[in-house]
Design a protein around this ligand. Structure first.
Ligand code: ZN
Length: 247
């Protein structure tokens, strides 16, 4: 990756009237959060079928033990890394309209990002499947599994999308509208394998926008689709790019 490409990306982002960032697992790996897919990913160790909503309802105690192990014992202590912080800085400077993320770890908000579309929900919220009330996960004790709903004693479920569950239509619609009206989509840490989220950069591109990609490894976006591909770690590349933009 040449310095020229980085300069070029910074120039495009400086001139952009509306930029969105589209993020995925690669941005959170540097915070110690394993991706779902690929070697070492969550699905290489756990059976995805257990994260199907019907199975969860039939075996809530078993699945809650897994949820606690995967998300709440370790990931709850994860901290945002320089890539999350750089995006928050860009937004605070008025240079980034929103982050559209596939991640469920809440690290963009923890870094200070204000406008975040969580395509697949978040582990940081829970919803009661009986009375539908939402709770901040930090307020729910996991000493007893499954944790009972504080209001009605019903079954709480982390508010991220399980298999066989539909994504939140409002988030999908709003994120798509925003992507359509943006002139730059900055892809960070994702190859867009999961649909329909993976189409977000295509929406910007089809509306005449520019796609800038930061990924450690080549993805299906990298050649022929992304206008600029900046290969490297998000935690290294993004702060450099943001420094150039905000100069
Ligand atoms: Zn309830």
């Amino acid at each position: 990756m040449s310095n020229h490409a980085l300069q070029n990306a910074a120039e495009i982002l400086r001139k952009s009237r509306c930029t969105i960032a589209f993020t995925g697992a690669g941005i959170s790996v540097e915070s110690g959060i394993p991706p779902f897919r690929g070697p070492g990913g969550v699905w290489s160790k756990y059976d995805p079928e257990k994260f199907e909503k019907g199975y969860f309802k039939r075996h809530p105690e078993e699945v809650w033990h897994l949820l606690k192990e995967i998300f709440y014992d370790t990931q709850a202590r994860a901290k945002p890394n320089p890539a999350h912080l750089a995006l928050a800085e860009l937004e605070a400077a008025g240079r980034l309209a929103a982050v559209i993320t596939q991640n469920i770890d809440g690290l963009h908000q923890a870094a200070g990002s204000k406008t975040v579309y969580e395509y697949h929900g978040s582990t940081r919220r829970m919803q009661c499947l009986d009375c539908r009330t939402f709770f901040d996960a930090a307020t729910i004790s996991l000493d007893i599994l499954p944790p009972p709903c504080p209001h009605c004693g019903g079954l709480l479920k982390p508010d991220f999308v399980f298999f066989s569950e539909a994504i939140d239509f409002d988030v999908h619609r709003e994120a798509t509208e925003l992507a359509k009206g943006s002139d730059v989509c900055l892809i960070v840490g994702t190859g867009g394998e999961v649909m329909p989220a993976g189409r977000i950069p295509l929406v910007t591109r089809n509306a005449g926008g520019t796609v800038i990609e930061i990924n450690r490894f080549e993805t299906r976006y990298s050649y022929g689709f992304s206008d600029i591909f900046l290969q490297g770690k998000a935690g290294t590349m993004l702060p450099k790019l943001v420094d150039l933009i905000l100069g």
